[in-house]
Design a protein around this ligand. Structure first.
Ligand code: SAH
Length: 274
């Protein structure tokens, strides 16, 4: 995958992209990330990228011209072609404007993006970006959550990290990214061993423990030590259901629950009432 980031703070990305899985994905050739300095696409002495808002009001707005020029230098398919491809379910490229007003970024969107050949991430600043960028240049607006940041850079780093770790081969064991929180794909109960039997199915992940088994009087649940794979699987699923019920009950709306899950959930709710 090729990712292009358009920003007025190119140095911002030195830290976030130079560590861990993102760095490894680049070193392995799975991802290529290029950061573009928006100011290189200005033509005045002061390299101006912003201007006052039409209609008055607070702050400054990122001007359209440098953004359009920058994107035109990237040799992308036209906006209409990108949108048509997405509608026809064979999207290859996406130009994304990071925006608090965007569609909410999620694990589902991350896997959609991980299947593309190229993503371009436009980072806004100040009061935001001239709306013509959303209307005529980007094919998608994404928000990383219901809060306002000062710029799109952190949001772009979040998107890149969530997407690169889904590229096949980026994480040592591909199964581990399939089992995590929010991942819709649930593993079957009769697969071998506990490692491959605990997909979250769109819920939160189950709790993880490592050595030592006892630490300052805090002990690891006995079931994880006894080596009974079926019991471990059942315990993990119950924990995932319990935690989702407690912290994110909204996730049950879209989750595929088995009969066993429903029974377990009823037991959990009974325990809470007692
Ligand atoms: N006036 C805007 C906020 C602008 S913040 C509003 O009220 O919606 C400046 C820039 O930060 C935005 O252009 C966007 O690129 C980025 N940004 C802020 N919050 C964000 C969020 N939740 N997700 C993604 N990008 C965000």
């Amino acid at each position: 995958m090729k990712a292009d980031i358009v920003t007025i703070f190119p140095d911002f990305f030195r830290g976030p992209l130079d560590h861990g899985i993102t760095r490894r994905a680049c070193e392995m050739g799975l991802a290529t990330i290029e950061v573009h300095d928006l100011r290189q696409f200005t033509h005045d002495r002061h390299r101006t990228v912003d201007d006052r808002p039409f209609g008055g009001g607070e702050g400054m707005v990122l001007k359209p011209e440098p953004l359009f020029e920058c994107l035109e230098s990237l040799d992308l398919a036209s906006r209409q072609a990108r949108i048509d491809d997405r509608v026809a379910s064979h999207a290859r490229q996406s130009v994304i404007l990071l925006s608090a007003q965007g569609e909410r970024f999620s694990q589902k969107v991350a896997s959609e993006l991980a299947a593309l050949e190229r993503i371009v991430l436009i980072c806004g600043r100040y009061e935001g970006v001239d709306e013509r960028v959303a209307d005529f240049l980007a094919d998608r607006e994404l928000s990383i959550g219901d809060y306002v940041l000062s710029g799109g850079e952190l949001a772009a780093a979040v998107v890149i990290e969530a997407v690169t770790r889904l590229l096949p081969g980026a994480v040592g064991n591909d199964a581990s990214t399939r089992q995590e929180s929010f991942t819709a794909h649930a593993e079957t109960a009769d697969a071998d061993g506990p490692d491959s039997t605990c997909g979250s199915g769109g819920l939160l992940d189950y709790p993880h423990y490592t050595r030592p088994a006892a630490f300052r009087g805090m002990v690891v649940p006995e079931v994880l030590i006894n080596g009974n794979h079926q019991e471990i699987r059942r315990w993990r699923r119950k924990q995932a259901l319990q935690k989702t019920l407690r912290n994110r009950p909204d996730l049950f709306d879209g989750a595929a629950l088995s009969e066993e899950d429903k029974k377990c959930l009823a037991e959990i709710k009974e325990d809470v009432v007692e």
